[in-house]
Design a protein around this ligand. Structure first.
Ligand code: ADP
Ligand code: ZN
Length: 219
């Protein structure tokens, strides 16, 4: 893929954004930027930050636009120009979508496509309930579908797998509500710009990746 490209991955919690990006980046030199991972990393490193945002996250609410934008800029500054960009979890509000239009050119990137992973609520509940994440490298597994070879241990780095606080059933419901209220309007926003590509993401992540390769013209 050409230099300076950015792809946005849009979809409800549990749509499989991170997993699908993992597959797509096996064929393209794509750097994945997940704002959720950035926030969790900062929480681990900075206890004042933790006090500020952990409560919100554990209630399934969004963190403030300014905070997330700051973390995004820091992350983008570290990515080499020749790498494409896969944004996971940003933008999540119309305000963030507007900000992104300013941020990308500053980092010499342009938005090529918004990949919308469309999933049913049933799929979401199944996936998030069984989701486990590596504490060390953030890889995602699932106790139902994508099990690690050794229970509780990351295949990639040997790190310990954990269940995120916000993957508890009560919190999942709130996250879905936040998604419907704040993020889902971005689908129309990007459709109107002619940038949206919709994928049925109820199947395997490899199927979603295949559809995306076809759309991007890769074998
Ligand atoms: P998922 O996509 O499964 O909901 P994420 O890891 O993307 O999980 O996000 C987890 C939490 O991090 C969100 O519920 C929210 O509190 C916070 N977060 C992540 N990205 C953003 C963002 N762009 N704006 C505001 N909050 C965010
Ligand atoms: Zn790992």
């Amino acid at each position: 893929m050409e230099k300076g490209v950015a792809l946005v991955f849009l979809g409800a919690p549990g749509a499989g954004k991170g997993t699908v990006i993992g597959f797509v980046s096996q064929k393209f030199p794509l750097a994945q930027v997940s704002t959720g991972d950035l926030i969790r990393a900062k929480i681990k490193a900075d206890h004042r930050f933790r006090e500020q945002v952990e409560g919100l996250m554990n209630q399934g609410k969004l963190v403030g636009d300014d905070i997330v934008e700051g973390l995004l800029r820091e992350a983008l500054a570290k990515i080499p120009a020749e790498k494409g960009l896969a944004l996971d979890g940003y933008p999540r509000t119309p305000v963030q979508a507007e900000s992104l239009e300013k941020i990308l050119p500053e980092f010499k990137r342009s938005l090529k496509k918004v990949i919308y992973l469309n999933v049913s609520e049933k799929t979401v509940l199944q996936r998030l309930g069984g989701r486990r994440q590596c504490r060390n490298c953030n890889a995602i597994y699932n106790v139902i579908g994508m099990k690690p070879k050794r229970e509780g241990v990351c295949d990639k780095c040997g790190g310990i797998l954990f269940t995120r606080e916000d993957d508890k059933p009560e919190v999942i419901k709130k996250r879905l509500k936040e998604y419907r209220e704040k993020t889902s309007s971005l689908i129309e926003f990007y459709k109107a710009k002619g940038l949206l590509f919709e994928v049925d993401a109820n199947k395997e992540a490899t199927d979603s990746a295949k559809a995306i390769f076809k759309e991007l013209g890769v074998q």
